[in-house]
Write a protein that binds this ligand. Sequence first.
Ligand code: SF4
Length: 303
Amino acid sequence: MQNQILKLKNEKKAIIIAHYYQDPKIQDIADYVGDSLGMAVFAKKTDAPIAVVCGVKFMAETIKVMNPHKKILLPDPDAGCSLADSCTPAIFNYFKSKYPGAFVMTYVNSSLEIKALSDVIVTSANAVKIAQQMPKDQKIIFGPDQHLGRYVSKQAGRELILFPGNCFVHTSFSAKAMYEIKKQHPEAALIAHPECEDVILSQADFVGSTGQMLCFTQESEYKTFIVMTEAGIMHQMKKNSPNKEFIMGPDLSGCSCNECPHMKLNTLEKIHACLFAETPEVNIAPDLAEKALVPINRMMEMT
Ligand code: SF4
């Protein structure tokens, strides 16, 4: 199936862009593997007329807005994100209405409608840098992930008004089991994504976005890592540092297999079918795309 996809991809001059949380078999046939912003920026740099986005809906939508002339395909149209879906425009507008005059800083893991209601979009890699640039007396709303917001607030030394959303994948790590694994591997570095709860982050030797975590495992002198994010990232970590050991962080069920079911909806079969039929395609209403692009472009300017 991988060979058939690669043949079809070459015939159609298409590209496959995958998120770090995809199945390793998908990552291995991708032209680019990275985080959501990296995926959009990579698509922008290529002339390919078609991009298959192996990730979730908000990623495909962001890529479409930043690449309006490309045909953007999402292998499974049901690949949503419960964090993004939990923050609806009605709820977000109500939340905003309680803080008149607040600047709205929104995580890229949100729908286009929420992006369109925001002043700037941030990623887990650039949120601290952007928060630090805001005037000290400016009220700032941060949404939809409260844990990332709390981390950004501490790092940037800025008070943020946190929308109460969270990612169930990153909040399902067990602190109790994490302490046990740390005791068993005192030589290991605990690395965590800032969508994890504070009880996890406060024990981490390194906190960063998926791309930053990957760099840390390559560049640091540690030989063993306890990884507190979605299991898919382990594939690139093992590939890039074959002589190092990676231990997946334990979740509340006691299992070290913390996977995002939305991300894992994509399969090789669905990728082949969508590339063959060039559907389902992501299309965005022009006025929504125009409104959502404003805070995305502001993020690019501020970073
Ligand atoms: S890992 Fe969390 S934030 Fe990312 S797509 Fe899955 S539910 Fe959404």
